[in-house]
Design a protein around this ligand. Structure first.
Ligand SMILES: NC(=O)c1ccc[n+]([C@@H]2O[C@H](COP(=O)([O-])OP(=O)(O)OC[C@H]3O[C@@H](n4cnc5c(N)ncnc54)[C@H](O)[C@@H]3O)[C@@H](O)[C@H]2O)c1
Length: 379
């Protein structure tokens, strides 16, 4: 059950709208600010996709959605929120401006998460004059409403208690928080992705493969392995009975061979963009982005559901979390408002007993967060 009473989303693009979807589908009210006049339509599109995906996960129906309000200013959006997620474009000057405004108007004990893909929280929290100690990076992966991982990173001024509360907040909406132990640019996920992306650009630029061939090489092979065991455990198994030590003895020396171009970056010019974009258009075979999003979401749900049945039914990796999350949502869905439940029961079963009104929810959410936040203040 979520411990968030009221959330605010600042920025409602690809990532902001993904956060809004996850929060609303967990029954949490969200106030959003985005100056784009098209924001409401764009968030609506993402909500449609998210509802569709969640319907596949929850045969018994979805929980009652939270209420979405479009605010006219950041001040209005954050006024009574206990959790605020910033997802504005990746520019330090803009992050400073927006975080300063959030900080000036948000309740003192609200947690502020930034979706930044790589800016260090220390470099962002300097703009927060009142409570920089409550800023964490909460770096998600697209689509935020389906992929559970969130990297949490604290800056020099972040209180350890804020990280603990953030962990609880994100976990309460079905996510897997991993706290990055040392603050570095791009954290862990994007360090890895950046390295693979750089190599991919070289391989296509040098004519070694097309974008479609590269994606096939990935999705028919190690992409499948990574989804279920990650990198190190896969290599442990690849070492045979002698495991990781044997694997390292065998492949360690390759690190010195000219296998990769590593830190070199191909020149980012129009020619490279045209090459990649044209091949990417061909690869899509006319499918629109929205159509590709549906395919992606269906596949992700199917993968997580398959993994949830592994390990003697206990679930494995993201599948184990998926199992818990769908159970949590199903419980929430069962707690429809008593009036509605009674009306529905009357409509479907006119005879016998009316459905028992559901028990009122225990006021645990805010209490838990407050307790942690109080201790944060002490720190
Ligand atoms: N796209 C990804 O795959 C991805 C993944 C993880 C994290 N991120 C991070 O998430 C953040 C947002 O990225 P995105 O891909 O959603 O970008 P986006 O361009 O899709 O969305 C940004 C949104 O912010 C809005 N915006 C601009 N100025 C604003 C302001 N002053 N106040 C409020 N809203 C404002 C824009 O109108 C737009 O809707 C970035 O920090 C990015 O690095 C992106």
């Amino acid at each position: 059950m979520s411990i968030i009473n009221k959330a605010a989303a600042i920025g409602g693009g690809v990532i902001g709208a993904g956060w809004v979807a996850r929060l609303l589908l967990n029954g949490i009210d969200v106030s959003i600010f985005d100056p784009d006049p098209e924001a409401s339509r764009k968030v609506g599109e993402v909500m449609k996709g998210a509802r569709r995906a969640y319907k596949q996960m929850l045969a018994g129906g979805l929980p009652k959605e939270g209420k979405l309000t479009f605010a006219k200013t950041i001040a209005e959006a954050v006024a009574d929120a206990d959790f605020i997620q910033e997802s504005v474009p990746e520019r330090l000057d803009l992050k400073h401006k927006v975080l300063a405004e959030i900080d000036a108007h948000a309740p003192a004990n609200a947690i502020v998460g930034s979706s930044t893909s790589g800016i260090k929280p220390t470099d962002m929290q300097v703009a927060m004059k009142k409570h920089p100690e409550r800023l964490v990076v909460g770096h998600p992966f697209n689509p935020v409403y389906l992929l559970p991982l969130v990297e949490i990173v604290g800056g020099e001024q972040t209180f350890p208690e804020a990280i603990e509360v953030a962990k609880e907040l994100y976990a309460s909406i079905g996510m897997k928080p991993v706290v990055v132990r040392k603050e570095i640019e791009a954290f862990v996920g994007d360090r890895l992705l950046e390295a693979a992306w750089r190599e991919a650009l070289w391989l296509v630029k040098d004519g070694i493969c097309t974008v479609e061939e590269l994606d096939d090489i990935m999705r028919y092979s190690f992409g499948l392995r990574w989804a279920q065991m990650g990198m190190f455990q896969v290599y442990r198994v690849a070492g045979g009975e002698a495991g990781m030590r044997h694997f390292m003895a065998q492949f360690g020396p390759c690190l010195k061979w000219p296998w990769t171009k590593l830190m070199d970056v191909p020149e980012f010019n129009d020619e490279l963009v045209d090459l990649i974009a044209t091949q990417s258009d061909e690869q899509a075979h006319g499918l629109s982005i929205r159509e590709l999003e549906k395919i992606r979401d269906d596949n992700l749900v199917a993968i997580m559901e398959a993994l949830s049945k592994q390990n003697k039914g206990k679930g494995w990796g993201a599948g184990a979390l998926h199992k818990d999350y769908t159970r949590q949502l199903a419980k929430l869905a069962a707690k429809k408002t008593p009036a509605k439940a009674v009306a529905k029961a009357k409509a479907t079963k006119p005879a016998k007993k009316a459905a028992k009104p559901a028990k009122a929810e225990k006021p645990t959410k805010a209490g838990k967060a407050d307790k942690a936040k109080k201790s944060k203040k002490k720190g």
